[in-house]
Design a protein around this ligand. Structure first.
Ligand SMILES: *Cc1c(COP(=O)(O)O)cnc(C)c1O
Length: 396
């Protein structure tokens, strides 16, 4: 029988983290503003900014916090409209609501990318845009940036799942005003929880730093921001969304692993994608030409199946040990826009809905080897053959 790889567990944290964590435990120095300089969180910010090629980085408690602070840093008026894709994680419309703004959802096409005609049609009423690179799929950023720039509308990137992805050779997360990343366990770098934002704009990062909890004059330990922060002294609320030194100690030794994880993840993804695309039951949409992906999961669309066959497909694969979720068919899925019932007015998005009803999601960790990937593809292909076989007796 084929060996089914472990699809769930994360990679171990590099052993270098242990000595640093031990040092922090011995000194009790867990708060980023305890030591006057070179706190692990501050070092992480410098290293992450350098890795991305951005001027500034601000480490915070989650990517959701980074998105919220990014919107607050833009100083949008109450009830400002923020255009977001209809295919994203519930944290994105939630961050908009949290910032006292109103999310406007735009359609996403069968290729998991933003529908540019709907985007262009809805942009005029918006005062900011969040582009969520959902599962690392990159929309046509040239057109999106051109449309936003022409109207002077700031663009925030939700790059939670896009660390290592490039567009025309530029790092995703550095294309707009602010880019936000996640260190939650299912992302490229894992510290359980955590996030970071990057920007080249001193004023934006100064505002975000103060609101993240750099109270009094704690901002003096933020690189080169003394002037920008002094301007906002006592002017902004403190939301206290800081990262702890312990998390930074877990994250920093993983920065040097990103390039390998990206290369291995892409190899695994492309291998499984090629096998699925050779079958009539699957479509793995191609990336756009300027896009170089950094996947740690795979999304594919079921073709020519009924709702019942699609459900059976997900059930069959899960029984074999490969968990597949269909965004629109799994109950209470946080990525299906009709479940965001906390929104005042949630429009219907028929194209996005149709995509979600057949789009499948499976983790594909970078640590899998080619034989593991073949085992995954075998399970998916066998399940599709089984649920589409003519004269198949149900329940046997
Ligand atoms: C994980 C994720 C988030 C939320 O990140 P947290 O750090 O858990 O807040 C937001 N957007 C996308 C696209 C994500 O994948």
């Amino acid at each position: 029988m084929t060996h089914i790889p472990d699809m769930h567990d994360a990679e171990p944290i590099p052993p270098e983290a242990r000595a640093e964590i031990d040092r922090l435990l011995r000194s009790g120095d867990l708060f980023r503003y305890h030591a006057p300089s070179d706190a692990p969180v501050s070092l992480l910010e410098r290293e992450f900014a350098d890795l991305l090629g951005a001027r500034y980085a601000l480490a915070v408690s989650s990517c959701s916090a980074a998105l919220f602070l990014a919107l607050r840093a833009l100083d949008l008026p109450r009830d400002a409209r923020v255009l977001i894709p209809g295919f994203t994680f519930a944290a994105v419309p939630s961050a908009v609501v949290h910032a006292n703004c109103r999310p406007v959802l735009c359609e996403v096409g069968a290729d998991y990318r933003i529908d540019l005609s709907d985007f262009a049609a809805k942009l005029p009423g918006a005062q900011a845009v969040i582009i969520s690179h959902m599962r690392g799929h990159t929309s046509d950023m040239d057109t999106i940036l051109e449309l936003c720039d022409a109207r002077g509308i700031p663009m925030i990137e939700d790059a939670a799942h896009s660390l290592g992805t490039t567009w025309n050779g530029r790092n995703i997360g550095t294309l707009g005003a602010i880019g936000c990343f996640s260190f939650q366990s299912y992302k490229m770098i894992n510290s359980g929880e955590g996030g970071i934002l990057v920007t080249d704009d001193a004023d934006l990062v100064a505002r975000a730093s103060i609101m993240s909890g750099a109270y009094e004059h704690n901002w003096t330990s933020h690189m080169g921001l003394a002037k920008a922060c002094a301007r906002w002294q006592n002017q902004l609320p403190l939301y206290n969304m800081r990262l702890s030194n312990l998390s930074a100690a877990v994250i920093r030794p993983q920065l040097s692993q990103v390039a390998r994880r990206v290369a291995d993840g892409r190899r695994n993804h492309d291998h499984v994608a090629a096998r699925l695309n050779a079958s009539p039951w699957f479509d793995v949409p191609a990336s756009l030409p300027p896009e170089r992906r950094a996947p740690d999961s795979i999304q594919f669309t079921l073709c020519g199946m009924s709702d019942e066959q699609a459900r059976l497909f997900a059930q069959t694969t899960s029984e074999t040990g490969i968990k597949v979720q269909i965004f629109g068919l799994s109950r209470d899925n946080a990525r299906a826009f009709w479940n965001w019932q906390f929104l005042d007015d949630c429009p219907d998005l028929p194209r996005t809905r149709a995509m979600l009803m057949r789009a499948c999601d499976t983790r594909l960790p970078a640590r899998l080897n080619p034989a593991d990937c073949d085992a995954v593809a075998d399970v998916l292909l066998a399940a599709a053959a089984r649920v589409t076989a003519p004269h198949r007796a149900y329940g046997t």
